[in-house]
Design a protein around this ligand. Structure first.
Ligand SMILES: Cc1cc2nc3c(=O)[nH]c(=O)nc-3n(C[C@H](O)[C@H](O)[C@H](O)COP(=O)(O)OP(=O)(O)OC[C@H]3O[C@@H](n4cnc5c(N)ncnc54)[C@H](O)[C@@H]3O)c2cc1C
Length: 411
């Protein structure tokens, strides 16, 4: 059978794209393929679950636009399909004179991005969050939380109910573009044909583009984000009063370094009622190396052969060394969070699964900050969908379908 559309990847971007395609083209056939036996196994199921409001992004960038639209679309989707979400708000805490300066710059950016924010003094911060201390803070009421894996599964359920086809446990090994069609060769040694292909393969995105012979002048470099889960002290007896209340009612973030806004260990309220601490960002020894024991020598060699990787290292060696130290030494990790949450102790930190960010790096060693698409006559590859792409997945999918529609009609 030949499909009209083939979508690769059962994460939230692939799922939202498949759902958007079937709504736009209800009479066309669409197939989604996923290499794992279940969906949302990678970035989508291993993130902080934050519905971002769009605080950090350059005004006018796709990231800023999609994030704002995406937060509203995510909440509307959760409301409509009875999925869990909550708008708990976020506090960005400044703990030094440099961070106060950065806080004011960030406050201006929020205003340029038309995000409602409030500046809090040290006392106002203390009133809102008795366990958190800082010199001042930005309060972002629109930030929320949800379960992106649940959203991803619901999108796929709607897609299938509307007539879409899904194949799990099917890894795409190669893509071949012909004059009249495009085919994927899978791990089951079968060839599936379509008119148009959209690849949303996360950490494997560049490999699939290259397997099709497309020029992909960048590599995905895997940065692992390690988390801990906060012990639930409320259930314990005999803990000191301030410790028993080691709870927060907002997401708590540090004021970020503007050049690397995704860095900075934060306290995140999760939709299941828990609180996580993290993530950091350390180079992972493999694209799916969720622990250091899962070294993938093929991935490491691939990374080492890429000149952009060697240009990346000197640019960010200081931040890289700090993140590595925080990964290797739990006390160093803890100190990052103690800057704004001084009561936190080592005993509060319980293990929690890590996630891996699919970060595109170009030949000059620069981290690609915005979304990146690689295209051919019959295909579009989403090659960089960094955070907040879970928040933004619905408008990203809309953008993809609008972008390919004129070309799809022409092929
Ligand atoms: C630690 C961490 C924290 C984050 N926190 C947030 C947050 O709080 N809020 C937010 O908005 N965003 C957050 N993000 C970002 C967000 O999770 C991702 O941007 C988003 O999930 C990307 O979705 P995706 O569908 O592109 O990728 P993925 O979820 O990684 O999905 C890609 C899919 O493609 C499949 N695939 C790959 N290769 C093949 C192949 N050859 N054949 C078939 N299938 C294939 C994979 O198995 C996978 O299921 C975070 C990310 C990380 C890692």
């Amino acid at each position: 059978m030949k499909y009209d559309f083939i979508v690769i990847g059962g994460g939230i971007v692939g799922a939202a794209t498949a759902w958007q395609l079937i709504q736009t083209y209800p009479s066309r056939s669409t197939l989604l393929v996923e290499k794992e036996s279940d969906f949302a196994r990678h970035q989508t199921g291993r993130n902080s679950g934050v519905i971002h409001a769009g605080v950090y992004y350059a005004p006018g960038s796709l990231k800023a636009q999609f994030c704002k639209e995406g937060a509203a679309a995510t909440i509307a989707f959760c409301r409509e399909h009875n999925l869990p979400w909550q708008q708990c708000g976020k506090l960005l805490i400044a703990t030094s004179a440099l961070e106060i300066e950065r806080m004011h710059a960030l406050f201006k950016r929020c205003q340029q991005n038309e995000i409602a924010v409030e500046l809090l003094t040290r006392t106002q911060l203390r009133e809102r969050e008795p366990n958190i201390s800082g010199e001042g803070a930005i309060y972002v009421p629109a930030t929320g939380m949800t379960d992106y894996a649940a959203i991803c599964r619901k999108l796929l359920q709607l897609f299938v109910a509307a007539g879409g086809s899904v194949r799990a446990s099917t890894e795409v090994k190669t893509i071949v573009e012909h004059a009249n069609s495009i085919s994927i060769i899978t791990s089951r040694d079968e060839e599936l044909r379509g008119d148009y292909l959209i690849s949303c393969a996360g950490v494997m995105a560049d490999r699939l583009a290259r397997s099709q012979g497309l020029r992909a002048d960048f590599r995905i470099v895997p940065f692992r984000g390690e988390y801990f889960r906060l012990r639930d002290n409320s259930a314990l007896d005999n803990v000191p009063l301030d410790h028993a209340a080691l709870n927060v009612s907002h997401h708590i973030y540090p004021i970020p370094d503007p050049t690397l806004p995704f860095l900075g260990i934060h306290l995140t309220r999760m939709i299941d009622g828990g609180i996580t601490i993290g993530p950091n960002a350390v180079l992972a020894p493999g694209r799916e190396a969720y622990t250091n024991a899962r070294v993938n020598w093929g991935d490491m060699t691939d990374m080492a052969m890429f000149s952009g990787f060697w240009r990346l290292l000197p640019q960010y060696w200081q931040q890289g060394a700090r993140e590595l130290r925080n990964s290797l030494f739990i006390d160093a990790y803890l100190r990052e969070a103690q800057k704004y949450c001084p009561h936190l102790t080592r005993e509060d930190l319980l293990p929690h699964p890590s996630g891996i960010r699919a970060q595109a790096v170009d030949r000059t060693g620069k981290l690609v900050q915005d979304f990146l698409f690689v295209e051919s006559t019959r295909s579009l590859h989403v090659c960089n969908a960094p955070s907040p792409a879970a928040t933004s997945a619905i408008p990203i999918a809309r953008h993809i379908v609008e972008r390919i529609s004129p070309r799809f009609s022409a092929v």
